[in-house]
Design a binder for this molecule. Structure first.
Ligand code: AMP
Ligand code: MG
Length: 324
């Protein structure tokens, strides 16, 4: 089966063709803000201007009659961006006369990595711009074991970086500066059961800008926020008795976070999996592949139910494609 997938939840407009075995083609068009952070209207305008060209390039790589389904990121994400990819996906599905399927972006991050690693049902740490969740598959759903009570870790890093005058995206810049310090400044460490909160760290870090070298703040920021995530992941492994931890989402590219998670896993005899950068960042292949799984298990999204779902939670989806 060949499926065309369209991703467009926030910054990356991406179209891809996959079959059961491999990614056949992927074309990306990233939105880069000229100043400040991601502006939903500007990002959507970028998507609207580029979606036809991106889709045309992908379609040129194959005979469109071989495509058996169209998958699109239905949420979570920025409403104006989701509406552009949803509209494009509906138009292509109607034109080719093939089924449409709306995909949960978070589940797509997990499924593309399970595809590439052969993991069955790991604990997942999903850390992106807007989302931070610890998940585990059980009885036909990805259950959310713990999550942020306020903002996602990526937005938290980006917001602080903007206050420090660093350009978007801030995460990689904070990581680079953090490598130049070992001086720890106390920051709010907030874990409540399996949930966590980051907004206090942003406020403390912004306050510290008045008196503390930026490298020390970046170092302390990462050590505090990442320790909170590691603590919750360790508790998730312990409570579920699982021994695989999978990292997903853009913040997963951070070497220090990967190092801390791999040390924790090694100490308890668990396996840690960090995927290749192209699957950590938002990509069309993950949407196409998850769409393929859904379509091949009889799941379809009728046009009337294909509207954008900006707050789409992974546990809303019935996962029919995992056995047992
Ligand atoms: P996503 O929403 O999954 O596309 O991820 C985007 C987020 O990942 C943004 O908030 C970036 O700042 C963040 N990010 C990307 N690379 C890194 C990194 N090396 N360290 C920390 N955050 C990062
Ligand atoms: Mg993502």
């Amino acid at each position: 089966m060949i499926v065309l997938g369209l991703e467009g939840t926030a910054w990356n407009l991406s179209a891809s063709l996959v079959n059961d075995d491999e990614v056949l083609c992927e074309v990306n068009s990233a939105y880069v803000p000229t100043s400040g952070g991601i502006h939903p209207r500007d990002a959507a305008q970028h998507f609207a201007s580029n979606v036809a060209g991106v889709v045309r390039q992908v379609l040129n790589s194959t005979d469109p009659r071989s495509i058996e389904g169209i998958a699109f990121s239905q949420g979570p994400g920025l409403g104006p961006c989701l509406r552009i990819v949803g509209t494009a996906a509906r138009a292509i599905a109607l034109r080719l006369g093939v089924p449409l399927v709306g995909v949960n972006h978070c589940i797509a991050h997990i499924e593309v990595e399970r595809w590439k690693t052969d993991l069955s049902a790991p604990i997942v740490l999903y850390v992106s711009g807007a989302n931070s969740q610890v998940l585990s598959y059980r009885q036909k759903r990805y259950r959310i074991l713990g999550e942020t009570l306020d903002i996602g870790i990526g937005n938290c890093l980006d917001k602080f970086a903007r206050s420090a005058g660093l350009p978007h995206p801030g995460g990689p810049k904070v990581e680079r500066l953090a490598q130049e310090s070992k001086k720890y400044l106390l920051m709010p460490y907030v874990v409540k059961g399996m949930d966590f909160s980051f907004s206090g760290i942003v406020t403390a870090a912004q306050e510290a800008l008045k008196s503390t070298p930026l490298e020390d703040i970046c170092y302390s920021f990462q050590e505090t926020a990442f320790s909170m995530l590691v603590e919750v992941c360790e508790r998730a492994l312990s409570q579920t008795d699982k021994s695989d931890l999978l990292l997903a989402g853009g913040v997963g590219a951070n070497n220090r976070l990967q190092e801390m998670l791999s040390v924790m896993c090694a100490e308890r005899g668990a396996h840690f999996f960090a995927p290749k950068p192209e699957y950590l960042q938002d990509n069309g292949a993950m949407i196409a592949y998850t769409g393929l799984l859904m379509l091949s298990h009889g799941l379809r999204t009728p046009i009337t139910a294909s509207g954008a779902n900006p707050n789409f939670r992974p546990d809303e989806v019935e996962v029919l494609w995992i056995k047992g």
